[in-house]
Design a protein around this ligand. Structure first.
Ligand code: NAD
Length: 507
């Protein structure tokens, strides 16, 4: 991958178009930081309309040949990709940590999920086969088969720079589409490494492309007549926008948005296990996960011991720089502005009458974008900490009298990504599973994020569209069906209903 040194002596990341790594021509650039130390590590071009159009053109040019390549050959590229990712596992994880700030252990877990998406895509030939019904009417056979949809676009967020692009790319490619990735301008480096590996795996030029940019670039992709389908993952306001504009322009769209996930702790729950699971859910990746627990609903008598033990555990977490450093439990956030925004919620919560049981605001050595975990108790549902997506290491605790009140809290929430219950009572678990207003449910599981074989089924304002990312639905999203009816007659005009072999006498 070629890169040029900019005036500030940092790499300006290239775009990938038609198999070539090229420098953006635009004068507009964005900064990429190492959140562990606040240093500028790269610049990213914010591509213009013309540059974006040209990348889409590369994907369109490669479509005819790639879509005619047999599906088993397309899958074989992913078998190779799987091996390359295995070989470069630690490099990818280190790069995720460098540009995102999550701990190396968290980055390794992310890369493992990305790798599993590649494994899932290797099985698509078994999934993509069509249906047939011979003799659906007299002399008539019916069949369906699946075709690629065309040029697909992926627009991804900063928080899983290697995993979220891989939710889309391998499935779309094995289904016979070509692809343009527009990664987050905050974390473009992992995306470019994925591009390098895909080329090394043997993808023909133009089948996979990367364009960097912001709104101008995204709006160009949304309007481009050659773009057939758009997969988006990011915040709810942008997800809604992408869905509305994309579908208005006649594109197939799946758009996953933000979240406010509930963790219900019943009075009979194992307190120790629940506290550990809650802390991992709320503070893992610095709370920058769409499946992070954000509101703990403590039912009945468990509230006081829960807040006390959770605050103790979280207060003892080691928070610090993660780049090259494994001795930390929680790393920095993506930007200093984001740290300031998250810190602001503590005063707002106190002003609205909540109690800050653990305040993560403290002085840290160095210039990293650091803040510790916070626990806010006695939160009521209309408060700002209970309604806005904070996307940082803050867990709000709401007290409830019973499970029905906890279910009611879920019904009021406009989001609907994930929710978990901690209990030893099967009936409570069953009620929760059936009636909580969210698409992904955990029972004694802190982060109920599905593995690649199951769809990522966000509900309400957490997802716009029909077919979800991952699982069989993702194959369905990236293909369109064709149904064929066939009628053949024998050479003498006889039909299958009255065939020669039926009337011939045996000798
Ligand atoms: P974001 O919405 O700011 O950005 C996502 C993408 O949209 C980026 O590529 C960005 O360049 C682009 N974008 C941003 N503003 C735009 C605009 N005005 N017009 C067009 N494009 C625009 O999200 P983020 O801050 O990068 O990521 C965090 C968000 O993503 C959180 O809300 C989180 O919950 C969500 N998320 C959701 C899921 C899920 O599966 N539901 C998974 C991961 C992250």
């Amino acid at each position: 991958m070629s890169a040029v040194e900019t005036e500030s002596s940092v790499e300006c990341v290239p775009i990938l178009s038609g198999g070539d790594w090229v420098q953006g021509k635009t004068q507009r650039t964005g900064n990429v930081y190492n959140p562990s130390n606040g240093q500028l590590i790269a610049q990213v071009p914010l591509c213009s309309v013309e540059e974006t159009n040209s990348v889409v053109q590369s994907a369109a040019n490669a479509l005819a040949e790639w879509s005619e390549t047999p599906v088993v050959e397309r899958a074989r590229v992913m078998f190779k990709m799987r091996q390359l990712m295995e070989d470069r596992f630690n490099d990818i994880a280190a790069l995720v940590t460098r540009e995102h700030g999550k701990t190396l252990a968290e980055s390794r877990a992310e890369v493992q999920r990305a790798l599993e998406m590649v494994e899932f895509s290797c099985g698509i030939p078994s999934m993509i086969v069509g249906d047939t019904m011979p003799n659906i009417a007299r002399d008539v056979d019916a069949e369906t088969n699946r075709h690629p949809v065309g040029v697909c676009v992926g627009i991804t967020p900063y928080n899983f720079p290697s995993m979220v692009p891989m939710w889309m790319i391998p499935v779309a490619l094995v289904c016979g589409n070509t692809f343009v990735l527009k990664p987050s301008e905050k974390t473009p480096l992992s995306a470019n490494l994925i591009g390098e590996l895909l080329i090394e795996a043997g993808l023909p030029a133009g089948v996979f492309n990367i364009v960097h940019g912001d709104k101008e670039c995204v709006d160009t992709l949304l309007a481009h007549p050659d773009v057939a389908a758009i997969s988006f993952v990011g915040s709810t306001p942008i997800a809604k926008y992408i869905y509305e504009v994309g579908t208005k322009n006649g594109k197939r769209v799946q758009a996953a948005g933000g979240a406010k996930n509930h963790l219900i702790i019943m009075p009979d729950a194992d307190l120790d296990l629940s506290v550990k699971a809650l802390a991992a859910s709320a503070f893992g990746c610095g709370g920058q996960r769409c499946m992070a627990g954000s509101i703990a609903v403590a039912v009945g008598s468990i509230g006081d011991p829960l807040v006390s033990e959770l605050s103790d555990l979280a207060g003892n977490m080691r928070v610090g720089p993660t780049d090259g450093n494994e001795d930390v439990d929680m790393g920095p956030l993506i930007r200093q502005e984001h740290v300031d925004r998250v810190a602001g919620f503590m005063d707002v919560a106190a002003g609205e009458g909540a109690t800050v049981a653990l305040d993560g605001r403290r002085d840290f050595a160095g210039d990293g974008f650091l803040i510790g975990p916070s626990v806010i108790d006695q939160v009521k549902t209309p408060m700002k900490v209970a309604t806005e997506e904070i996307f940082g290491p803050v867990l709000s605790v709401v007290r409830a009298n019973d499970l029905e009140s906890a279910l009611a809290i879920g019904r009021e929430c406009p989001y609907g990504n994930g929710a978990s219950i901690f209990t030893r009572d099967g009936y409570a678990a069953r009620q929760f599973k059936r009636h909580f207003n969210a698409g992904m449910i955990g029972i004694n599981v802190g982060v109920p994020a599905p593995m690649p074989w199951f769809p990522f089924t966000g509900w309400n304002e957490s997802f716009f569209g029909d077919l979800h990312i991952q699982g069989v639905e993702s194959m369905q999203f990236y293909t369109r069906q064709k149904m064929t009816l066939t009628r053949w007659f024998g050479s003498t005009g006889e039909s299958h209903a009255d065939p020669v072999w039926k009337t011939e006498k045996k000798a």
